[in-house]
Design a protein around this ligand. Structure first.
Ligand code: 0O2
Length: 209
């Protein structure tokens, strides 16, 4: 698949620039929010943050997988994760602290929320997704750009990274025995996260003593 096959491709460079601006704003806002949280609570719930703008080739592949024509319009309308930020936390409870923090901040406009922790995907995928609208000012007008924030523990991130690698290797046709094993491993991850979270509650009691 080539870049030249997109309808409206002349508008893509400007779109990519908008994504870059929006990502810069989002990263700054999130960093401030998390630093303030750490200052107030004396605890930083975040292990690390990763961000990316989806490359054109991946965007085209995703449009094709979703059955949409390769157009500029469809990228804007149907790809909600062109801007992606992943916040990796230590413990399960940290995820909900971060989610509450983002949702209660007036800086973020929430568009959608997906709790794949309570309702894991069929593959076994677990994470918390927030879709936010980032305001950017261009030519004296405010435009809202969508961005997906994925919030997960290190254990969930470990599973998702390896799952992604394996899925990529097999393209669409993941053999059943492999998808079943991946699902089973995701159950182990969920169990481990719960146990670690319980242990952390006990550790917190020691802090209070
Ligand atoms: P990449 O390479 O991470 O960018 P929708 O937006 O609701 O129309 P979509 O896009 O499928 O549908 O939304 P979803 O499932 O809420 O979020 C998509 C992203 O979540 C994926 O982006 C992955 O990052 C992650 N994800 C979802 N399901 C899985 C899974 O089964 N395994 C892994 N490893 N990650 C998953 P991309 O664009 O698919 O990939």
């Amino acid at each position: 698949m080539t870049y030249t096959s997109i309808i409206g491709k002349e508008k893509i460079p400007e779109l990519m620039l908008k994504y870059e601006f929006a990502l810069n704003i989002l990263e700054t806002q999130l960093n401030i929010l998390i630093k303030e949280f750490s200052f107030l609570h004396g605890y930083n719930p975040v292990e690390h943050i990763k961000s990316r703008i989806k490359e054109e080739a991946s965007a085209l592949k995703k449009l094709e997988q979703k059955g949409y024509a390769l157009t500029y319009y469809n990228i804007v309308k149907h790809l909600h994760d062109m801007i992606g930020i992943r916040i990796v936390c230590s413990f399960l409870s940290d995820i909900y602290d971060i989610v509450d923090l983002i949702k209660s901040s007036p800086q973020f406009q929430l568009k959608e929320e997906k709790d794949y922790i309570k309702y894991p995907k069929e593959s076994g995928y677990i994470s918390y997704h927030l879709l936010v609208l980032v305001p950017i000012c261009l030519n004296n007008t405010i435009e809202y750009v969508e961005a997906e924030i994925q919030i997960r523990t290190m254990a969930m991130d470990f599973w998702a990274s390896l799952d992604h690698k394996i899925q990529y290797k097999f393209s669409k046709d993941l053999p059943k025995e492999i998808s079943e094993q991946l699902y089973d491993f995701s159950l182990d991850i969920r169990h481990l996260d719960q146990k670690m979270n319980q242990l952390n509650q006990i550790v917190k009691l020691y802090d209070k003593k």
